[in-house]
Design a binder for this molecule. Structure first.
Ligand code: G1P
Length: 280
């Protein structure tokens, strides 16, 4: 059973300044709900009962979002709002959300390590809140864990020009629908990249990854890179790749965020006509 999950949310949200001076980026809505809610709901659907948010000073609103809230008690709301409030209340009941601090921005690997005291000696899911997928690959990560007892990571083949933006893996062999991996490199040049299979922001790790992270020196951009510890994991214990079958909805930049909002808005029957009328 994989019961715990970690969501790194300590970043300043520089690309979304000045809004992120007041609102954590992860609370910006997509599809009418804060992005973080989509991620937590997906994790809970896959069996998670405890979510560890790795935050930094000023991002406490993320934790508060998952606490009980009586401000709306007795208020009359339109049915669609009542429904979303009930959905959130149900989610809050099903999951225990806690926060730990990453006090210095030392990299994604360091952020994950900050969650170690809460995760303890258990496997855990890791979700990066900028990356959204339809359908979600999380369940397949759990299936990979159940089948192999090894860490797993979601992968997507990306065009050449995007290779240097991602962690890239090397495949040892295929065991459909999974890939067995033997290497991972963070943000390689196209020439140095072992493939075009990019690490997407969904992972499942055995607790041993914390030990590898503690021994990982700063890598590219002088940050402690999660991908560098995955290289050790792949080589010492094996790592399973889960190709993402559906659609990748990126919300990491303003452009990709707006594109995702538009795409989801155009699919919403209540919103499609309004949007098409006003988009020129
Ligand atoms: C992070 C990871 C990278 C991964 C990417 C997915 O990079 O370090 O390996 O491919 O997320 O979105 P970042 O986007 O934080 O630069």
């Amino acid at each position: 059973m994989v019961r715990k999950a970690v969501i790194p949310c300590a970043g300043l949200g520089t690309r979304f300044l000045p809004a992120t001076l007041a609102v954590p980026k992860e609370l910006l809505p997509i599809d009418r709900k804060p992005a973080i809610q989509h991620i937590v709901a997906d994790l809970v659907e896959c069996g998670v009962d405890t979510v560890v948010l790795v935050i930094s000073r000023g991002k406490e609103a993320l934790l508060h979002y998952f606490l009980d809230d009586h401000r709306l008690a007795g208020k009359r709301l339109p049915p669609e709002l009542t429904q979303s409030i009930e959905e959130l209340a149900l989610l809050r009941e099903r999951v225990n959300v806690v926060a730990v601090y990453q006090e210095k921005p030392l990299g994604l690997g360091h952020a994950v390590l900050c969650a170690a005291p809460v995760v303890g000696d258990e496997p855990f899911l890791l979700a990066l809140p900028d990356d959204h997928f339809r359908p979600s690959p999380t369940r397949q990560l759990v299936e990979a864990w159940e089948k192999y007892g090894k860490g797993a990571v979601a992968l997507l083949e990306v065009p050449n020009e995007d290779v240097p933006r991602f962690g890239i893996v090397s495949v040892e062999r295929e065991e459909t629908p999974f890939l067995l991996l033997n290497d991972a490199v963070e943000k390689p040049t196209l020439e140095a990249a072992p493939s075009r299979l990019a690490i997407m922001g969904r992972y499942l790790f055995p607790p041993k990854v914390f030990e590898y992270l503690r021994n990982t020196p700063p890598g590219i951009n002088s940050e402690i890179q999660l991908t560098d510890s995955m290289k050790t994991l792949a080589q010492k214990e094996g790592l399973v790749g889960v190709p993402v079958s559906g659609e990748y909805l990126d919300i990491g930049t303003w452009d990709s965020y707006v594109r995702t909002l538009m795409r989801l808005g155009l699919e919403d029957p209540a919103f499609r006509e309004f949007l098409t009328r006003h988009l020129h």
